[in-house]
Design a protein around this ligand. Structure first.
Ligand SMILES: Nc1ncnc2c1ncn2[C@@H]1O[C@H](COP(=O)(O)OP(=O)(O)OP(=O)(O)O)[C@@H](O)[C@H]1O
Length: 235
């Protein structure tokens, strides 16, 4: 299996505060990976680093052979793409902006997703509910034909029916060779989708395990495995 993401000896600090320590992680192409951890564990920070949004780290990050920040940005679709977007812009304008910014952005695909999520593309961003903003973010993120998708708590605020619909659709929308990393505090909701989980705690990756192994060898659900491991690491 080809490796898509390789992180070696990654250390990161902000304002003299150590956030990630000696992160080593290899992810193959074509997988759906759960990035799990308590509040403040470092999940968002790790995604920002992989996506090239956070510079000035130690170690190396390679995505599909790309190590330079600009080259990584070209192959990673990260769900924080609405950060700094003008609140009075209409959804369609923002999608057109993304189309200009990202050569791999498929506008027709965005429109399909927006229709699926019942989004009104003529609405202004500021008028969207929290859940609908999340849906818009997911539609923009998945509209890129990228090699690596990073979805940071994508379902926060989305009603359970829509959440199920999106989860069922993710397998269908994800290009086969692409890898998708999803962080979510509701582990049970995404468990069935995952090929593997990466658990992060106290600045470090404390486990990286295949979902099959958790179920068949550890005889645990992903949720139980995660909670047990977290408590174990706590004591
Ligand atoms: N600019 C900053 N300066 C100092 N510390 C920071 C800064 N930004 C984040 N941190 C710290 O980095 C740690 C990791 O934060 P991060 O947002 O990555 O965690 P997370 O796992 O995504 O949390 P959550 O699940 O609550 O979203 C936290 O302890 C946070 O306080």
């Amino acid at each position: 299996m080809t490796d898509l993401l390789q992180i070696e000896h990654l250390d990161y600090q902000r304002n003299y505060h150590r956030i990630l320590t000696d992160i080593n992680l290899t992810l193959p192409a074509g997988q759906i990976v759960g990035l799990l951890g308590a509040n403040g564990a470092g999940k968002t920070t790790l995604m920002r680093l992989i996506a090239g949004v956070a510079p000035h780290f130690r170690g190396s990050i390679t995505v599909a052979g790309a190590t330079a920040i600009a080259a990584r940005k070209a192959v990673v679709s990260y769900s924080a793409l609405l950060a700094g977007a003008p609140a009075n812009a209409r959804l369609e304008q923002l999608a057109l902006f993304c189309e200009r910014l990202y050569p791999d952005f498929a506008f027709a695909h965005f429109q399909q997703l927006a229709t699926e999520f019942a989004l009104d593309c003529h609405a202004k961003l500021s008028t969207l509910s929290k859940g609908n903003q999340r849906k818009f973010t997911i539609a923009l993120t998945l509209a890129r034909r990228s090699q690596l998708y990073l979805l940071d708590e994508p379902f926060d605020g989305i009603d359970s029916m829509t959440r199920k619909k999106i989860l069922a659709g993710i397998i269908q929308w994800k290009p086969d060779a692409a890898t998708m990393v999803i962080s979510d505090h509701h582990v049970g909701d995404i468990a069935n989708l995952l090929d593997s989980v990466v658990i992060i705690k106290d600045q470090r990756i404390v486990a990286h395990e295949r979902a099959d192994t958790i179920r068949e060898t550890h005889h645990q659900s992903i949720e139980d495995y995660y909670e047990a491991l977290y408590e174990e690491a706590q004591s």
